[in-house]
Structure formats: structure tokens, C-alpha cells
Write a protein that binds this ligand. Structure first.
Ligand code: AMP
Length: 552
């Protein structure tokens, strides 16, 4: 740890990125064992564990603070003074513990072992392994142990710079390092694979989550075709659920969410179904709440998310299905570099059954085709369309042009501003955040449905600030309640049920299209219209386009 800490301090002491990567690169190169290299790269990125392990320490700031305070034997004043000098937990601990520990060195592996002990311990017992380690080591190393544990290195080292250091250390082009990192999603594993030049073999490994391929937004069919630049494109529905990666081999199944967190426990029906598959697979798809052949609203799926335990009643109330749209690995064969059409052919050959469904693919070659398919999608009450290049490989983690999402605002609503807030950052000193309402004709009241931040120019915001100051009926400090006379036209991406607003709905990602100076507040849109839009686009869907293959 002393060498790690020396390098960490040297990296922190310079602002020159080239110098940082050189110093770190030399350190990585000098580490003989792969295990040390793996740990060093992870710790330098300010993490206690690689993402593949999916573990968190669960040791809070307060416990770390208390442990260091006790060990240091210093008074509160002394500690306060040291804190004011650094305002950083690790730097503070380093100085507070100087001369107060046994001053020994420990290996990176010993730190890893302590981290594992902390992770496995419960509640207040988590502090004991930390105390034992800090007591043994030199304060310079303690400084970095605390940095790793608190997850804040603060030495000006982004993950991108750690990648650059790996490139420098092992003379590998940075693009290659990034590619390996995108696939492994783990900087430690990336460093080791780059050292051994395992580029060909670097591909998916079951039970190590792969970063998801993402889509770039487009607004028109013409734009989609131009950006893709191919004669033929594939379209798929943009299903409104949550992204999910399913890994299966033997009697093991694991699921991962969009941010690569493990979500196996949330969807037991998918695990059970996967155990019945005769193949080792890695699926990419979207989980939907699905009952009696109908897709339930996203709101209902939300009941299933983030659950550690799903009981029988909930499973019955909100059953789920996985709409699969990609196959990344089949029986030990990685398919990332195969064209989408080949991955799809293999996927269809599996003849999966409910709760697995296949996304329906339609082909298009002209803007007219795409427009028609998009209109049909809308007609069925879906928000958007995915456009994919059938010849494209699967590029993990990338928002490229091989997948596009064609989305247009669902509708716009005319709404009245009911409250305004002072902005932050660039918008400091102006009233820039507007809460807005629609008319509830039943009660004759205005009910809030959202809050918009963007869409107006700086000059418009300045004018509106003066206007809202005049219209203020109640000054609550940060927020001002205003007389509802300003009418805005807002566009939005979707509507959700929400307990936050009186209306019971919230518009998602609202943007101000314009100020409707011409429109009196009596003529704004109504709560009934919001409810109707919600039912049409986000309510239960009788019809969901799925591939013929899957409709069992
Ligand atoms: P966005 O969240 O707007 O960036 O849209 C991308 C998301 O759409 C993906 O992460 C998926 O969760 C979701 N999605 C729904 N249907 C599909 C599909 N057929 N292919 C790919 N992604 C899809």
C-alpha cells in the first residue's frame, strides 16, 4: 500500500494529465502479479470492488470518521483544524493518524481482504476490520485506504485516465483498451487483459454483465435513413419497460439492469423459465409487466422493480415477460461481431416460449415505409420506434448510429405557470424553473402536472423573471407562488402516475415550446386530456407487436 499511496500522491500532485498517466502507467507496468494489477487499477479508480463483483461496502462516512477519530487519540479541536486544512476524508485521516499507528506496510491483497471483511460484517461490526488495518499501517497508506473506502480518491483521476495509463503501461492503443473495457465493464480485468494482449479472446463471458448497446435519437424517418446510410433497415417497437440482460448456463441464471446491477431476485419467473432452456444464452431485452397476453402499464411494473423478495401474490398481480431483441452469446459462442440478422436468426432458432417473447421486426427501405410503420406504432399507443441496421455488430456501451430511436413528441399541452423557482449554475439569479398546471374542469381548479426547466432563451428568461416577480402572490424564498396567467406550450416524452402533483400525473421530460401570449388561462388544456393521453399511450395495451415465433 505504501507504493500505491506514493504513486497516488504523485498523481494528485500534478495537474498535467500526461504526467498523471505516465506515473500511473509506470506503476502498473512494475506490478508483477496480475492480482495486484487488477486491484491497483480498481482502487485507483476510487472503487473498493470491480463492478463484476457487484458488491458494496456499506460503510458510511460517519463510521469511518469515528474510527479515525478514536485511533488518532486527538482532540476535537485538533481534528477540526486538520479537517479545515483538507476538507477531504482521506487527506484528513492521513494527517490525523500520523505517528499514531504502527507504521507498517501491507499488500494490496491485504487491503482487498479487509474490504471483504467489512462487506461481510453487519452494522456497527463493519468498523472493526477497518480499525485493525488502519492501526497497523503507515499513515501515508492510511490516507489512501480511507480514500478507497470512501470512494473518493480526489487525485484528479477519471476512469478515462486510468484507461490511458493502462494503454501507456502495456503499449496498447487507447482505442483497444476502451474496447476491452466496454466489454468487460471492469477496469481491473481490462488492465490484466491488455497486459496479456487478450484482444481476440476478449469477448463476452457469461455472468459478467456486458454494457448495453444504446440508440441515438432521431426525429424524422428521412434523418433515420440518412444517418444509417444503408439500403434496408429493420424496425422494432420501442417497448416501454426496463432493459434487462439475462445470462444462463447450467443451473445458473443472472439478470442485470441497464446500470449493470444484478436484478435476478426481482424477476423469479424469468429465472425459472431460463432454467428450462436447453442452451447457454445471453439475451438482451426489455422486461414488461404482462398479464393474459396484455402489456400492463409501466406504473404497474414499477411495483416489481428494486424488490429483493417477490412473493406469490405480487407475481400473480403483476406478472412479467421478457421481450428479447438480441442474442449476444449462444452455447459458448460470442456473437457480438456477428451481424444483427445472424444474431436474430439464431435467436429465432431457439423457439423460446412465454414468458420469453421476441420483438417483432419489420423491414423498411424508404422514408415512406418508416413513416407508415411509425404511424401504426402510434396508432397502437406506443411512443416510438427503434430503427436498426441488420448488418451491424453489437457494440457494447455505445450510442452509435447502428441503432436509432425515432421519437416525436406525443403531443403538446397548453399549461399555466403556478410557481417559479430560482435557477442554479448558469441560471443563477433568474427565475428559470416553472411548475405548471392544467385545468381540472370538475373542480374548476388548476392542478400541477410538471415542472419545466428548458426551452426558453436567456433573454426570454430575463423578461419572464421580471414578469414573475410582479406576479408573485407568495414568496417562499427559493420558490414563488405566482398568479396563474402565463400560458406555456410544453412538449414531453411521456406521462406517469405521480403522487407528487395534485393532478395525480407527471409529464416526463417536459420542454417549453413557446409562450402562448395569445391564450387566456381559461382555455388551457384540461386534466381530462392528460388522463386521455395517459390511457392512450401509457395505459394497458391490448396489442403489442411481437414476433410470430413467440406468440404461443
Ligand atoms: P432511451 O431510454 O430513450 O435511450 O431508449 C433506449 C431504451 O429503449 C433501451 O435502453 C431499451 O431499454 C428500450 N427499448 C425498448 N425497445 C427496444 C428495442 N426493440 N431495442 C432496443 N431497445 C429497446
Amino acid at each position: 500500500m505504501l507504493e500505491f499511496s506514493r504513486v497516488g500522491a504523485e498523481v494528485g500532485a500534478t495537474t498535467a494529465t500526461l504526467q498523471k498517466t505516465r506515473t500511473l502507467g509506470a506503476y502498473f507496468r512494475a506490478l508483477d502479479s496480475d492480482d495486484d494489477l487488477r486491484l491497483a487499477a480498481i482502487f485507483m479508480s476510487g472503487r473498493a470492488f470491480g463492478p463484476a463483483k457487484r458488491q458494496t461496502l456499506g460503510l458510511g462516512w460517519r463510521q469511518i470518521n469515528k474510527t479515525v477519530t478514536t485511533l488518532s487519540g486527538r482532540t476535537e479541536e485538533e481534528l477540526g483544524e486538520i479537517w479545515r486544512k483538507h476538507s477531504d476524508l482521506g487527506d484528513w485521516a492521513g494527517e490525523a493518524l500520523e505517528g499514531r499507528t504502527e507504521g507498517k506496510d501491507v499488500s494490496l491483497e491485504a487491503l482487498a481482504a479487509t474490504l471483504e471483511e467489512i462487506r461481510a460484517a453487519r452494522g456497527s461490526a463493519k468498523a472493526a476490520p477497518l480499525e485493525k488495518l488502519l492501526n497497523r499501517i503507515d499513515a501515508k497508506a492510511a490516507r489512501f485506504v480511507v480514500k478507497v473506502i470512501s470512494g473518493e480518491m480526489r487525485i484528479g483521476l477519471s476512469e478515462g485516465l486510468v484507461e490511458a495509463a493502462v494503454a501507456e503501461a502495456f503499449e496498447v492503443p487507447i482505442t483497444q483498451v476502451k474496447r476491452v473495457h466496454l466489454i468487460t465493464g471492469d477496469i481491473g480485468e481490462t488492465a490484466v487483459r491488455c497486459r496479456h494482449r487478450q484482444f481476440e479472446t476478449t469477448t463476452v463471458t457469461l455472468f459478467q454483465p456486458v454494457r448495453f448497446m444504446l440508440a441515438s435519437p432521431v426525429e424524422t424517418a428521412q434523418e433515420a435513413l440518412e444517418r444509417m446510410g444503408t439500403a434496408k433497415v429493420w424496425t422494432e417497437e420501442k417497448y416501454d419497460g426496463v432493459r434487462c440482460q439475462l445470462h444462463h448456463a447450467g443451473d445458473r441464471v443472472e439478470l442485470f439492469s441497464r446500470d449493470l446491477k444484478e436484478t435476478t431476485a426481482a424477476f423469479p419467473e424469468l429465472t425459472e423459465a431460463a432454467l428450462g432452456l436447453d442452451h447457454e444464452v445471453l439475451f438482451d431485452g426489455e422486461v414488461l409487466a404482462h398479464r393474459d397476453g396484455k402489456v400492463l402499464r409501466f406504473f404497474e411494473l414499477q411495483h416489481r422493480l428494486g424488490r429483493k423478495v417477490v412473493d406469490g401474490a405480487l407475481r400473480k398481480e403483476v406478472p412479467v415477460a421478457l421481450v428479447i431483441f438480441d442474442l449476444l452469446s449462444l452455447d459458448g459462442r460470442a456473437l457480438l461481431d456477428e451481424p444483427l440478422q445472424e444474431r436474430r436468426r439464431l435467436l429465432e432458432s431457439l423457439e423460446v416460449r412465454h414468458p420469453f417473447l421476441l420483438a417483432r421486426v419489420e423491414e423498411a427501405s424508404t422514408a415512406g415505409d418508416l413513416d407508415r410503420i411509425f404511424a401504426d406504432t402510434r396508432e397502437r399507443g406506443n411512443e416510438g420506434l427503434m430503427v436498426k441496421d441488420p448488418l451491424s455488430p453489437y457494440t457494447p456501451g455505445r450510442r452509435g448510429l447502428a441503432w436509432l430511436k425515432l421519437k416525436r413528441p406525443l403531443a403538446t399541452l397548453d399549461v399555466a405557470v403556478t410557481a417559479v423557482e430560482w435557477g442554479h449554475g448558469k441560471r443563477k439569479g433568474v427565475l428559470s424553473d416553472y411548475t405548471f398546471a392544467v385545468l381540472d374542469t370538475g373542480s374548476g381548479r388548476l392542478v400541477n402536472v410538471g415542472k419545466a426547466y428548458s426551452g426558453l432563451t436567456d433573454a426570454e428568461i430575463a423578461t419572464m423573471t421580471r414578469k414573475f416577480l410582479d406576479l408573485t402572490v407568495e414568496d417562499l424564498g427559493h420558490v414563488r407562488i405566482v398568479k396563474p396567467v402565463v400560458v406555456l406550450e410544453v412538449a414531453f416524452d411521456s406521462i406517469q402516475h405521480s403522487g407528487r402533483h395534485k393532478s395525480g400525473y407527471a409529464l416526463r421530460f417536459p420542454r417549453i415550446v413557446g409562450i402562448r401570449h395569445d391564450k387566456p388561462v381559461e382555455e388551457i388544456d384540461t386534466l381530462e386530456r392528460v388522463a386521455a393521453l395517459y390511457d392512450r399511450y401509457f395505459g394497458e395495451k391490448a396489442e403489442i407487436p411481437l414476433s410470430e415465433v413467440a406468440e404461443t
